[in-house]
Design a protein around this ligand. Structure first.
Ligand SMILES: Cc1ncc(COP(=O)(O)O)c(C=O)c1O
Length: 422
């Protein structure tokens, strides 16, 4: 661990209250490098976020001191690894305010969490003619798994439209909820537009018609407070790598009675309590859904990430990113020839834009030459691109360590793009 990392978290309790971005940046080794001769400006946080030293150290410590397989051994290391793995489940439970740690299932990613629900809950409940309702702003991960299961079970995928600002049209959403709707799946925060959906209201509307709701929290969990009990959502999914934790680990929250009635996802070790050729008895929740040796270092790294966020305070992160987004919106929207895609009243984290006469890929390449990392393309949300009549956008997305100076760099970068294409 570097001296700076020690100082920033341990020696300054007041630091927890005063959001000091320079001190925070000291915890992220990757940020302190030059790219193409310029200081790195990392604005691709919606794709994946960087990891603080505390996360990197937790993973290294696990492999240096504690590595063993879990749930099976009586020896010291196995018990230690099991304890760490299960304690991580508790930290995640507390982070999203779930009522019970058994409601936390470890998966690979948001994508796997959604596929799990499609292949278990929806597979079990969808009859021919039944419907799954999503919105027009979903990521491909919250479209394709439903398409696949609907195709197989002769169900129908319904899509609630969005308006010109990229906001869900709630009346249309409500109209599309029918007695055939078996599940609603909706992003808490859109990765392509930055729209924050009125998720609590959406859940109330769906529940009034007895329809359960899955929330895709891939973008929301890293930047907005999430309280699954207050939301009353039935499922909530997010990815470790977008919330300053490792890749390869994700979380599916599900209400316990629902999880208990769901069939398992994959078969194998650990998800059983007994196996005979005649009959296998499945393990209890959550282990029923965690077949085989899981990613053990993943939850341990994710726990370190969530503890890091807890120290900063998710509300402080939300406020910091909101200020960045406001500042960036003010600066970028007045550049002639630049158009924002996604102008919802409630937004977070993401600034998507197109530039007259310049393909987004060229925007990304020229910015990269100045050390600025943004994303260009369809952002795994091709239907959103179709909705706005663009093939792609350039997207800057913010994280807890970004600064106003970095946004100034982005703005001069965009002006440079215009000079090049002048
Ligand atoms: C809104 C949203 N949902 C789902 C995903 C998929 O996440 P992952 O690739 O970690 O499974 C993403 C990733 O960008 C996303 O932004």
């Amino acid at each position: 661990m570097t001296a700076l990392a020690n100082v920033s978290v341990n020696a300054h309790p007041s630091w927890e209250r005063e959001y000091n971005v320079e001190r925070i940046r000291a915890d992220f080794p990757i940020l302190h490098q030059k790219v193409h001769g310029h200081p790195l400006v990392y604005l691709d946080n919606a794709a994946t976020s960087q990891k603080p030293r505390q996360v990197i150290d937790a993973i290294t410590r696990y492999y240096e001191r504690d590595n063993a397989n879990i749930h099976r051994g009586v020896h010291y290391l196995s018990e230690k690894a099991t304890e760490d793995y299960e304690n991580s489940r508790k930290t995640i439970q507390e982070f999203i305010n779930a009522g019970d740690s058994r409601e936390i299932i470890f998966v690979r990613s948001t994508t796997e969490a959604i596929n799990l629900v499609a292949q278990t809950y929806v597979r079990q409940n969808l009859r021919p003619g039944d419907e799954v309702l999503i919105t027009a702003m979903e990521h491909h991960s919250d479209i394709v798994p439903w398409q696949m299961i609907c195709q197989e079970k002769q169900g129908k995928l319904q899509v609630a439209p969005i308006n010109e600002d990229g906001e869900l049209i709630l009346e249309e959403f409500e109209r599309l909820l029918t007695p055939r709707t078996k599940l609603v799946a909706v992003a808490h925060l859109s990765n392509a537009l930055g729209t924050i959906n009125p998720i609590k209201r959406i859940i109330e509307i769906a529940h009034a018609k007895n329809v359960p709701v899955l929330v895709d929290g891939a973008q929301a969990a890293p930047r907005l407070p999430v309280d699954v009990r207050n939301l009353d959502c039935d499922f909530y999914a997010f990815s470790g790598h977008k919330i300053y934790g490792p890749t390869g680990i994700g979380v599916l929250y599900g209400k316990l009675p629902i999880l208990e009635n769901m069939p398992p996802y994959q078969g194998g070790g650990d998800m059983i309590s007994s196996v005979a050729f005649e009959r296998t008895v499945y393990n209890k929740v959550p282990h029923k859904f965690e077949a085989g040796t899981p990613d053990i270092s993943g939850p341990i790294g994710l726990r370190a990430a969530l503890e890091y966020i807890n120290k900063l305070g998710i509300e402080n992160i939300e406020k910091h990113e909101h200020e960045l987004l406001q500042y960036a919106t003010e600066q970028v929207s007045v550049i002639p020839g630049v158009k924002l895609i996604g102008t919802a009243k409630q937004k977070a984290g993401v600034l998507s834009f197109v530039m007259e006469g310049v393909h987004p890929h060229d925007v990304g390449t020229i910015l990269d030459q100045q050390g600025i990392a943004i994303r260009t393309g369809h952002h795994c949300a091709q239907p959103v691109m179709h909705r706005f009549g663009v093939p792609a956008t350039a997207r800057a997305s913010f994280g807890l360590y970004n600064t106003k100076e970095e946004i100034d760099a982005l703005v001069s970068g965009i002006k440079k793009v215009q000079e090049v294409f002048g």
